[in-house]
Design a binder for this molecule. Structure first.
Ligand SMILES: O=C(O)CCC(=O)C1=CC=C[C@@H](O)[C@@H]1C(=O)O
Ligand SMILES: [Mg+2]
Length: 370
């Protein structure tokens, strides 16, 4: 059993070092919840919520996360005892979607479970990789020169894959320049649904850049048009926004809508569902990699543990804390050495919470005792 005696929602506001620009807007201040669960025996499990303050990536926001946690998910979690964190997906299935809210608390139970067993979260999940490869996702840059210098800097730092954000009007030109300057770099592009099938002729031109993949070129909820597009282009399509569950992944793979899936724990509703998608993709020969949501340290630690599963073969978006934050909320912070992270072997997420830093960024706190 995983006894739960106390749940604390720490609401944090953290300022990003550099604004992150996508085809929808710019992110500078991040609000998030750290969910802390205590078993009354000295163990603390931690999870992090990843919804943004505005619903442009998925429909969830920081505010809906709080509403779901307080009014539905915490009461459901406490309805009867949990024997294994694996049971939570099923328990939460009476609530439609709200996957990021679900994942935030499910992750905290997984961490608590691993800590109680005295094993790492990676081990609890069945991870086998001791080091993981790391890539970087770059926001849209103000100029092509600036983009080239950012790519150069990240490749020099050892990052093993560079993801560029593209949108109509900012695609062929920057990709041409980046490819010219870095002919052998592992490059990919993410459109965050900025195109439609009307852009088919234009999208075919992207085949010239030898990209590892193009992420979510079409509708955020589409798998049909993507299947048509995948037939028409050579570049592998990677789905991000369209895959919110194991069932979505199964259907997309059956339809031939993608060759790659970007697994984000929050988007699919937790570690259990993420692992299920990973296992299914391994069986079907579909490549997976772990995306990021500009998380602080707790969320990154969960991503690192997940990425230690064997079918995570493409470098993930788990870049170093120092690229995002002046000060992170974990100790040590996430360090990337020549494009690799050593998967921690300590109990649970394997990083300690920097309580002082967490207090500093806390803007509200709610405690539930049972
Ligand atoms: O967490 C990171 O380092 C990368 C984040 C990232 O690329 C994204 C996060 C959230 C929305 C998007 O802009 C983008 C993505 O779609 O993967
Ligand atoms: Mg994406």
């Amino acid at each position: 059993m995983v006894p739960i005696q106390k749940i604390t929602l720490h609401k944090l506001r953290m300022q990003m070092k550099n604004p992150f620009q996508t085809s929808f807007g710019t992110l500078q201040n991040k609000e998030l919840f750290i969910i802390e669960i205590e078993d009354g025996e000295g163990n603390h499990g931690y999870g992090e919520s990843v919804a943004f303050t505005e619903p442009w990536y998925t429909e969830e926001t920081v505010w809906t996360t709080e509403h779901m946690l307080i009014d539905f998910l915490i009461p459901l979690l406490m309805e009867k005892p949990i024997n294994h964190p694996r049971e939570i997906t099923e328990r939460f299935s009476v609530i439609r979607r709200n996957n990021m809210a679900k994942a935030s608390i499910e992750g905290a139970v997984w961490d608590l479970y691993a800590k109680r067993k005295g094993i790492s979260l990676s081990e609890a999940l069945g991870g086998s990789q001791q080091t993981i490869d790391v890539g970087i996702s770059l926001g849209i840059a103000p100029t092509t020169e600036e983009l080239l210098s950012r790519v150069q800097e990240k490749l020099d730092a050892g990052y093993k894959r560079v993801k560029l954000k593209i949108k109509p009007g900012f695609d062929i030109e920057p990709l041409t320049e980046v490819r010219k300057k870095f002919p052998t770099a592992q490059l990919m592009a993410d459109a965050n649904s900025a195109y439609t099938l009307d852009d088919l002729t234009h999208l075919k031109r992207l085949d010239a850049f030898n990209l590892m993949m193009i992420e979510q070129p079409l509708g955020h909820d589409d798998i049909v048009d993507h299947a048509f597009l995948q037939q028409a282009i050579h570049t592998p399509i990677c789905l991000d926004e369209s895959i919110n569950s194991f069932e979505d992944a199964r259907k997309a793979i059956e339809l031939g809508s993608c060759k790659v899936i970007n697994i984000k724990i929050g988007r699919v509703g937790g570690l259990t569902e993420a692992k299920r998608i990973h296992d299914y993709c391994a069986e079907k020969g579909i490549t997976v990699w772990c995306g990021g949501m500009l998380e602080a340290g707790v969320g990154r630690a969960h991503n690192i543990a997940l990425t230690s599963l064997p079918n995570f073969t493409v470098p993930g978006d788990t870049a170093a804390s120092a690229l995002y934050w002046d000060q992170d909320i974990i100790k040590p912070e996430v360090m990337v050495d020549n494009g690799e992270i050593t998967v921690p072997t300590g109990r649970g997420i394997g990083y300690d919470i920097d309580h002082e830093a967490m207090e500093k960024f806390t803007i509200a706190k709610k405690v539930f005792e049972f």
